[in-house]
Design a protein around this ligand. Structure first.
Ligand SMILES: Cc1ncc(COP(=O)(O)O)c(C=O)c1O
Length: 370
């Protein structure tokens, strides 16, 4: 039996009448840019995450760009980020006028190492962009402590971690600002592109509402150019339908992750890290395969029809786009090695135990033949 990496069809089938009704309501309202459906979802997500304001935007990438724009970066200002994330992070730093500075990760959690962050701070550093990779919250207490000591802002990127918790608090409420994406592979997913910025600060929220419409202020005045980062009300209405289900979906993923961990125990793969007081949201379930075994395992899974993908095959400091920053192989060894060893395998809310057994069986077969 083939098992896809992600299958949302069951989830959508179950809620299709609600989704259709929401879609029709927005179209019939005639209010197709921002308006009450976006405001409603912003209110609901703010309540869910325990923050004062949510500002709906066009994507997760634009959310980071808009969040960084509130810092008014000056030429040469630096933002520290992990090299082991998607392209949208470093790219947003550049779009907001800053310079990305890469700090290495902790190999067990895949997230920024707070000591590595501290080691790259200079007088030009303004912020730390903390990506909760795969759904596992970063070591926020340590990152916030480093940031406080150096007067920096911490922006959480919660794209993969909506529904995750850190010491009793929802991800998205831990940094000075937070961003998220509702890209269709995320656990709380739109039917297209959408994102949001979260903040407790009234002035920052007001600024963000201006930034998402070209930086416009009262009287058709623009002080700083920004962009068109508006959230689509159709996406907002669909997300309002889905949000009440999020905790249940995360719980199902956690149950599947627990079962995967047990089933993989006898095999030579490292399963994701988890810790007390941390609620991993398992947007992705990512194994680490050491000793050069990742690529052969991948080919075996492909041949068996088992969905798999490498998030991410190349660290950002080794991307040609950032060569001018001086990143060389060997400078961030944990991120570099991790890119060669990670493999994400099927994980979705409606995954059955039979599908899970099929995935584990295929991995077991690979090691038996090895
Ligand atoms: C595969 C992938 N695409 C895109 C994004 C960024 O989000 P968006 O597409 O909403 O800008 C991420 C962020 O985690 C990602 O992992």
């Amino acid at each position: 039996m083939a098992v896809p990496l992600l299958d949302l069809t069951q989830q959508h089938k179950a809620m299709m009448p609600e989704l259709k009704a929401a879609f029709v309501e927005v179209v019939e309202s005639g209010r197709l840019i921002l308006g009450r459906y976006v405001e409603q979802f912003e209110k609901e997500l703010a309540e869910y995450c325990g923050v004062k304001h949510v500002v709906g935007v066009s994507s997760g990438t634009d959310a980071i760009t808009a969040a960084l724009m509130t810092l008014d970066l000056k030429p040469g200002d630096e933002v520290v980020v992990s090299p082991f994330t998607y392209l949208h992070t470093a790219e947003s730093i550049v779009r907001a006028g800053g310079v990305p500075v890469f700090a290495d990760i902790r190999p067990r959690t895949f997230n920024l190492d707070p000591d590595a962050v501290e080691s790259v701070i200079t007088e030009k550093t303004r912020a730390v962009l903390a990506v909760h990779l795969y759904g596992l919250p970063c070591d926020m207490f340590a990152l916030l402590e480093v940031a406080d000591r150096h007067g920096l802002s911490v922006i959480e990127d919660a794209d993969m971690a909506m529904g995750a918790m850190y010491h009793g608090r929802k991800v998205g409420s831990l940094g000075h600002l937070a961003t998220t994406s509702f890209y269709p592979t995320k656990t709380l997913a739109a039917a297209g592109d959408a994102g949001a910025v979260l903040t407790d600060d009234d002035a920052t929220a007001q600024r963000l509402r201006s930034i998402r419409v070209h930086g416009l202020e009262a009287g058709f005045v623009v002080r700083r150019p920004s962009g068109a980062f508006r959230m689509d009300p159709l996406q907002a209405a669909l997300l309002s339908v889905k949000l009440p289900y999020l905790d249940g979906w995360v719980q199902k993923r956690r149950d599947l992750a627990k079962r995967y961990k047990k089933l993989f125990e006898p095999l030579a793969v490292t399963t994701p890290d988890s810790a007390e007081d941390i609620r991993h949201a398992y947007n992705l379930y990512t194994l680490r395969v050491r000793g050069g075994g990742r690529e052969p395992l991948r080919h075996h899974l492909d041949a068996m029809g088992i969905g798999n993908r490498v998030y991410y095959p190349r660290p950002l400091h080794l991307q040609p786009a950032y060569h001018r920053l001086g990143g060389e192989r060997g400078t961030l060894p944990h991120a570099e090695r991790t890119c060669d060893e990670v493999l994400s395998i099927p994980m979705f809310t409606d995954m059955t135990h039979a599908q899970q057994d099929e995935v584990v069986g295929a991995v077991r077969e690979y090691f038996a033949a090895d």
